[in-house]
Unconditional design. Structure first.
Lengths: 307, 326, 340
């Protein structure tokens, strides 16, 4: 008897993308109802608030430029997908949004990146990172229990008076909320004290998402969150992303063009390699980029002729 | 053909090596048995009071050496509390001090120190870890003890206890300090090594959640390095317990139970731990009662070492379920 | 609408982000941060101070003559000779200890790692080696004294006046010293063997070689540097130990041979080593010649330095990232109890 299939608690049927080689073009990439509805109901771009803005940003590590003159808006309540081949600088650009590039020695930047209008270099860095949260490519749960992982950043924040406590009713409620949003609650509710490392790869990644959501960030950065996972887990997380976009702003870097076409409203295509510093080639609404790209390089990439 | 001779060759090799292994096992077994067998008479005569206080340890030992029992007691009379207390004090104080200093220094080395400082310090620490204990003893007795004697122990203090014991700088403080200095390099190296091996994704994940570096170190790095910290502590305690020569040089040489009720003077009273006593009394192994007493001390050391090993193993178990392996 | 990137102009001047300040941290965290800094700096200073102190004192009192003069008993430092005999003693003891421990250690490690049957026996032997590593050297020493005072081992030392076996000699001390070095050699060899991938062994077996041949011709040669470094570490431990010398070498100032056989006579006799020399010349011993003590301590330090450098060179190319605690311990010259 096969084990029972657990469903994520959503009220829509998930759509499974049919096998289709990229070369056929993505004009017919299927989208779920939710995304389609969201796209059709999209308000006038001019009225949507910009959450973050990348303004003529150049990034370098030491002496080498990695990203060249990128300007991008990150709009409230929308999913922005960054696509491009390896080495195009999209991951570096993503990491600069929460100043993670500073952790590596020699990272430097020119240009402006703002969050809600404020230059992020002037914000307190830990404060910034609580507002702009990140999920990594390889799931990296801490060697602690599931509860401790999810409540990790929350437990670090001190209440106005008194000491930090590990388990309070508020923290437990917040952890449950985050786990629900990440679609993991049903699977782990039984034993939150289990070691997080015993979860499967897909579950670990959802745990990391829950962990990032627990601090109620304003922007969620995702660096190829499903590239290390199996297709089923990938699917579950993509479904997750649709719901996330309702409350958060999401920026996702992905190699998977179908994924980008499915989940995002706006797409940015970046290009770069050893000979050429990474730069932004084209930016626009997803359906536009995937059906009528302006730049021939974009069209080449999307139809699989290169990259 | 090659197969068959090969197998015979293998059997021969396995048997020879196996015999060696059994021989070693037998040797250790014999050692443990001999120590306990020779220690038994002393324990039997004194019972549990062997571990208790009662008179001057040095007098008792000298009585055994001269084969003249103390009035009212048997020749085997021995109350080892001052030695046990001395061992406990020096070991625990030195290990606690070294643990705190080593952990802080290891964090400094792996997280905050500039690269050049780190690279310069590594060979220095390795050198210090290998310095023979007699050299540390020399520094202690020739440099540190006079310093303490001159600057920290006032004449008034010396007068106050002069009727019982002489304060001359070779005392609990010197012993503890030198012992701590002796065991710190190894602890620093071990803990720093473990801190440096904390997987980068964990540290990056914590920082990306907006947790500052210090809290990341405390909650992620130190937790991951806990098995190494435990191992380092156990190793350091074992070394401190067994340290005979250095302590016999700097700890005061008097089997005196330092009295914490003496206030600050307590820090400057001489002590003599078990291992140091064994070294100093080693000439007397031909005299039966003295030999039994010395073996009894050795038995105490052996049992402590075994308990230490057990404690170390037990301390590492709870973390295994969370995926932190030694 | 889609936008395309504007043509890039010359790259502007990039700005390093501001150094991460701890100003915004809570007080407790800042205290921790500064505690680490102060402890770290203090440790650096103390370490450097110790090394410099020993160097200064050593250089002040060390004269080449000391290396070639025999020590003599005298109340005056200028008359008490040099430390030729102690150096001899150190060399002899180290040689005996290493000669016994090295083959035995490698053999034991090979047995545990490659044969190891029955499993219970292998576990017991591993524990026994841990026990040796953890036992204080004084306990080993008095045990050794007991053993070597037995009649049938009298050939290893001399007979005292009343016919009892003296039990103290170079042989006795050297053999017990071998026990000190054993865990280090066993540990190094075992770790090195564990790092050799199984496919090397399988390839050899597939060619029809027996296990013994594989070990002898394939495995051991490939881990030579690790065995050498283990031996160097063991030598370091032997050189540095004083307790066993004090109890088992029958500390006489000069090397006193027994009987007339050239080598055997010396080994059956008593003497001193650098460590016991330092001990005796310090205020704790009888000599009270601190200058000589400093000079001898300096020589000891140089020996340790040389051995450390040797170990570093031997293990230079072989440090792996996932070094176990045991490996790290050995790398800094310690022993390895309770590393599991």
């Amino acid at each position: 008897m096969p084990p029972p299939i657990r469903r994520i608690a959503i009220d829509r049927e998930p759509t499974v993308a049919p096998e289709r080689p990229i070369a056929n073009g993505l004009a017919q990439a299927p989208v779920t109802e939710a995304v389609a509805r969201r796209r059709s109901e999209r308000p006038d771009p001019a009225t949507v608030r910009e959450r973050m803005r990348v303004d003529a940003v150049w990034l370098a590590y030491g002496e080498n430029w990695v990203v060249r003159d990128v300007t991008l808006p990150v709009r409230q309540g929308e999913v922005l997908a960054m696509i491009g081949a390896s080495g195009s600088g999209k991951t570096t650009l993503l990491r600069s949004l929460n100043r993670l590039t500073e952790v590596t020695a020699g990272g430097s930047r020119a240009g402006r990146i703002t969050l809600d209008g404020e230059e992020i270099h002037e914000l307190e860095v830990n404060d910034l990172r609580r507002r702009v949260s990140m999920v990594f490519q390889q799931p990296n749960p801490f060697p602690m229990s599931i509860y401790d992982n999810v409540a990790y950043a929350l437990a670090e924040q001190r209440p106005p008076r008194g000491r930090r406590r590990r388990r309070t009713p508020q923290l437990e409620a917040a952890a449950e909320d985050a786990l629900r949003r990440a679609g993991l609650w049903d699977e782990v509710a039984g034993d939150l004290d289990r070691s997080a490392l015993r979860l499967s790869g897909g579950q670990q990644q959802r745990l990391c998402i829950a962990r990032a959501l627990a601090v109620k960030p304003e922007v969620l950065l995702m660096d190829e969150p499903t590239s290390a996972l199996d297709p089923l887990s990938t699917l579950k997380i993509e479904e997750l992303m649709e719901h996330l976009a309702v409350d958060f702003t999401v920026v996702i870097v992905t190699h998977n063009l179908q994924q980008a076409a499915r989940v995002s409203e706006y797409t940015a295509f970046m290009l770069g390699d050893e000979r050429q510093v990474g730069g932004l080639v084209e930016f626009g609404p997803t359906d536009k980029i995937f059906t009528h790209p302006v730049d021939p390089r974009t069209e080449d990439y999307i139809s699989g002729r290169m990259g | 053909m090659a197969r068959r001779t090969g197998r015979r060759e293998d059997q021969r090799a396995e048997r020879t090596l196996g015999a060696l292994a059994v021989g070693l096992l037998a040797l250790i077994g014999v050692m443990v048995v001999i120590v306990f067998v020779n220690a038994w008479p002393s324990f039997r005569s004194n019972g549990l009071s062997w571990f208790g206080p009662g008179g001057n340890v040095d007098t008792q030992l000298r009585a055994m050496q001269e084969s003249t029992p103390l009035p009212g007691h048997s020749i085997e009379y021995f109350r080892g509390w001052p030695l046990l207390w001395g061992t406990l004090l020096t070991t625990v104080l030195a290990v606690v001090l070294a643990l705190i200093v080593s952990t802080l220094a290891a964090i400094f080395l792996t997280e905050f120190a500039p690269e050049r400082v780190r690279r310069a310090l590594e060979p220095v620490i390795r050198l210090l870890a290998g310095v023979p204990s007699v050299v540390y003893g020399l520094i202690g007795i020739l440099a540190l003890a006079p310093l303490i004697n001159q600057h920290l122990i006032s004449n008034a203090r010396k007068q106050s206890v002069a009727y019982v014991v002489q304060l001359n700088g070779a005392d609990l403080t010197t012993a503890t300090l030198i012992l701590a200095v002796m065991i710190t390099p190894i602890m620093v190296a071990l803990i720093a090594g473990a801190l440096g091996s904390v997987p980068e994704p964990w540290r990056e994940g914590s920082v990306a959640l907006g947790v500052n570096r210090w809290r990341t170190i405390v909650r992620v790095s130190l937790r991951t390095a806990r098995p190494a910290i435990v191992a380092a502590t156990v190793l350091a305690t074992a070394r401190a317990l067994g340290e005979a020569i250095m302590l016999s040089m700097v700890s005061g040489g008097r089997g005196f139970a330092a009295n914490p009720l003496d206030g600050l003077t307590f820090l400057f009273e001489p002590v003599r731990p078990l291992a140091a006593t064994i070294v100093q009394q080693s000439d007397g192994l031909t005299i039966a009662p003295l030999a039994h007493t010395i073996y009894a001390m050795a038995a105490v050391l052996l049992v402590s070492a075994a308990l230490l090993s057990l404690a170390g193993w037990a301390a590492k178990q709870p973390l295994r379920r969370y995926g932190i392996r030694a | 609408m889609s936008e395309t990137a504007t043509v890039a102009t010359a790259p502007p001047v990039a700005v390093r982000p501001p150094r991460q300040s701890t100003a915004a941290w809570p007080l407790a965290d800042r205290v921790g941060y500064w505690l680490c800094w102060t402890t770290g700096i203090a440790l650096c200073l103390i370490a450097v101070a110790i090394v410099v102190f020993m160097l200064v004192k050593g250089v002040a009192y060390l004269r080449p003559a000391l290396f070639v003069e025999h020590p003599a008993a005298s109340l005056q430092q200028s008359q008490s000779g040099g430390f030729l005999d102690p150096i001899e003693g150190t060399l002899i003891i180290t040689a005996i200890g290493t000669l016994i421990a090295a083959p035995a250690g490698v053999a034991l490690a090979v047995w545990i790692s490659e044969y190891g049957r029955p499993t219970a026996l292998a576990r017991a032997v591993e524990s026994a080696i841990d026990v040796i590593a953890g036992v204080p050297s004084v306990v080993l020493a008095i045990f050794g004294l007991l053993v070597f005072s037995e009649g049938f081992l009298g050939f290893l030392s001399q007979n005292a006046a009343n016919g009892a076996v003296y039990g103290r000699s170079f042989f006795a001390a050297g053999i017990v010293m071998a026990l000190l070095a054993l865990p280090l050699i066993v540990g190094s060899t075992r770790e090195a063997l564990a790092q050799v991938p199984d496919r090397v062994r399988e390839a050899s077996y597939a060619l029809g070689k027996s296990r013994a041949s594989t070990i002898r011709w394939v495995l051991l040669p490939s881990i030579r540097p690790d065995i050498a470094s283990g031996i160097a570490l063991g030598m370091g431990r032997i050189i540095g130990d004083t307790a066993i010398i004090t109890i088992l070498l029958g500390v006489t100032l000069t090397t006193q041979g027994v009987g007339s056989t050239p080598l055997l006579g010396t080994l059956r006799g008593t003497g001193s080593t650098l460590t016991s020399y330092v001990y005796n010349n310090s205020p704790a011993g009888e000599g009270n010649a601190p200058q000589k003590a400093y000079a001898a301590a300096f020589v000891l330090l140089m020996l340790v330095l040389a051995l450390n450098a040797l170990v570093t060179r031997l293990t230079a190319g072989r440090r792996s990232d996932r070094a176990s605690i045991g490996g790290r311990l050995r790398a800094i010259g310690g022993s390895l109890p309770w590393t599991r």
